[in-house]
Design a protein around this ligand. Structure first.
Ligand code: NAI
Length: 279
């Protein structure tokens, strides 16, 4: 995909999962990639792997919840490379549990990383891109940013916000030369799932209830970059994400029945005795 050749790309959450796969593929297409992550050691590992393969990369520590941290990331990229072509606001976390079991600070933590992180990243990247007159912001939302799902309330809230941010900014950026995309995948085989944080249910039980095939991160990154190259407003995959979104919009009764089934299944693995404990 020649659109990424010689381009300056920043990927937050680049040390693991989808972000790592995006960094590797962008570098393979000839981009200069900044692997930015809270986990600086792991980010460095991804950078080294790219350099060993002859690609161009740097790595840095970033905390997307801190505006100054993102501002520094964007400013340093601009100072070092003179422009910012693609900003992937990809860092994210989740927690699974019923709202009644979730402490407020856990809810806020998810909002802070997923929504505030995407707002911070979009804000500083957009300022720089408006000044230079071009650029593409790619925000990783989720299929759960298009249709809600019980037991993931903080995550759903954050990802609906990321979709709203991306779609609105896409309209505002159009005449300014800025492109904006929201990525809305279904389940991907990453540490977000493998090390899922749960309240009042064991992670193994939660994972065993995933009703669909989980996508490989490399395949997910390939689909994301293909959609970005085509400047899609929303990139969603696999096909069940589109089907569920359609049912949610046009057949709300059917969607409700499915959601009730899912919350009732969760309540079979919910442990009352462990109330308020995180696993
Ligand atoms: P992951 O856990 O493998 O990677 C997330 C990365 O974000 C980690 O390297 C982590 O250190 C980093 N991170 C967490 N908090 C941060 C912070 N405050 N500042 C900077 N970096 C931080 O998870 P995955 O699955 O690769 O997640 C990437 C994105 O994809 C997330 O936005 C997630 O919500 C989204 N997504 C994931 C799905 C899945 O099933 N795995 C499905 C749909 C969307």
């Amino acid at each position: 995909m020649s659109i990424f050749r010689e381009k300056v790309c920043v990927v937050t959450g680049g040390a693991s999962g989808l972000g790592r796969a995006l960094c590797r593929q962008l570098a393979a297409y000839g981009a200069d990639v900044t692997v930015a992550d809270l986990n600086a050691e792991a980010a460095k590992g991804v950078m080294q792997e790219i350099l060993e393969r002859g690609g161009k990369a740097t790595s840095c520590h970033v905390d997307v919840t801190e505006p100054t941290s993102i501002e520094k990331l964007v400013n340093e990229t601009m100072a070092r490379l003179g422009r910012l072509d693609f900003m992937f606001n990809n860092a994210g976390i989740t927690v699974i549990g019923e709202f009644r079991d979730l402490p407020l600070d856990e809810v806020m933590k998810v909002l802070n990383v997923n929504l505030k992180g995407a707002v911070n990243g979009s804000h500083y990247a957009y300022q720089a891109m408006v000044r230079q007159g071009f650029g593409h912001i790619v925000n990783t939302a989720s299929g759960l940013g298009l249709a809600p799902g019980p037991t993931q309330l903080p995550y759903v809230m954050s990802k609906f916000g990321v979709v709203g941010l991306s779609e609105t900014l896409r309209y505002e950026g159009l005449d300014l030369g800025i492109r904006v995309t929201a990525v809305c995948p279904g389940f991907i085989q990453t540490s977000l799932i493998e090390n899922v944080r749960t309240f009042n249910a064991s992670p193994q039980d939660v994972i065993s209830q995933i009703p669909v095939k989980v996508v490989d991160p490399d395949e997910a990154a390939r689909l994301v970059l293909r959609g970005v190259a085509k400047n899609r407003a929303i990139i969603s995959f696999p096909s069940y994400v589109g089907i569920l979104t359609f049912i949610y919009r046009f057949f709300p009764g059917l969607f409700l029945r499915q959601s009730l089934k899912s919350i009732r299944a969760f309540r079979k693995i919910r442990k009352e005795a462990d109330i308020m404990k995180i696993t």
